[in-house]
Design a binder for this molecule. Structure first.
Ligand code: SF4
Length: 195
């Protein structure tokens, strides 16, 4: 089946999923969206308030910051696929629980297997620790590893994993915004090498 069909079937599964308790308070599950023939997949942590309302990833305040950073780096949002580690909003935007991450990430794994991005950009510590552990790579705190490029194998194919801060961090501290801008510029330079 073509990628679009596979992703849509998976999105239907996610929208009706009740595998962990997060379904109880969601308005909408947020499977993810974007171009499927892309080199870059962005993985955030979990939907927030507006993402839950609209059923789309990164459409709230953090999404605006992300859009601004992508555009400043010369990357179009239509050139990336965006999703999260967990697909339903945790109450009051709390961190997802380890059990919720464990239950939900089979969906993320399947999205990665379908899209097979060349670059997997993790946004925030939960996405970094899940993806790097899955790739069998030792993880450290996000302050130490952001902006590094891990060339590795994940789910049977070669990929570059680039951990970054979560864009929401830039809402609170200018220093995170500068680091994110720097890391997106790095991503752009690496993209130019393969296109
Ligand atoms: S967070 Fe994931 S596992 Fe839990 S109900 Fe939503 S889609 Fe299902």
């Amino acid at each position: 089946m073509p990628k679009r069909g596979l992703i849509e079937t998976l999105a239907d599964e996610i929208k009706t999923c009740r595998k962990c308790g997060l379904w109880r308070q969601r308005k909408n599950a947020v499977p993810g969206e974007g171009n499927l023939d892309v080199a870059v997949m962005l993985v955030g942590e979990a939907p927030g308030y507006w993402e839950d309302v609209k059923g789309r990833p990164f459409v709230g305040a953090a999404g605006k910051i992300l859009d601004g950073m992508l555009s400043k780096a010369g990357i179009s949002r239509s050139d990336v696929y965006i999703t999260n580690v967990v697909k339903c909003r945790p109450p009051e935007n709390r961190d997802p629980l380890p059990s919720e991450i464990q239950t939900c990430t089979s969906f993320l794994d399947r999205q990665i297997e379908i899209i097979k991005p060349k670059f997997l950009v993790t946004l925030g510590r939960h996405a970094a620790s899940y993806i790097l552990a899955k790739a069998g790579t030792e993880t450290e705190g996000i302050t130490k590893i952001h902006g590094k490029i891990y060339e590795t194998r994940l789910l049977g194919f070669e990929v570059f994993i680039i951990p970054m801060y979560h864009p929401a961090a830039a809402l609170y501290k200018a220093k995170y915004k500068d680091e994110l801008d720097k890391d997106f510029r790095l991503l752009k330079r690496r993209l130019e090498r393969i296109t």
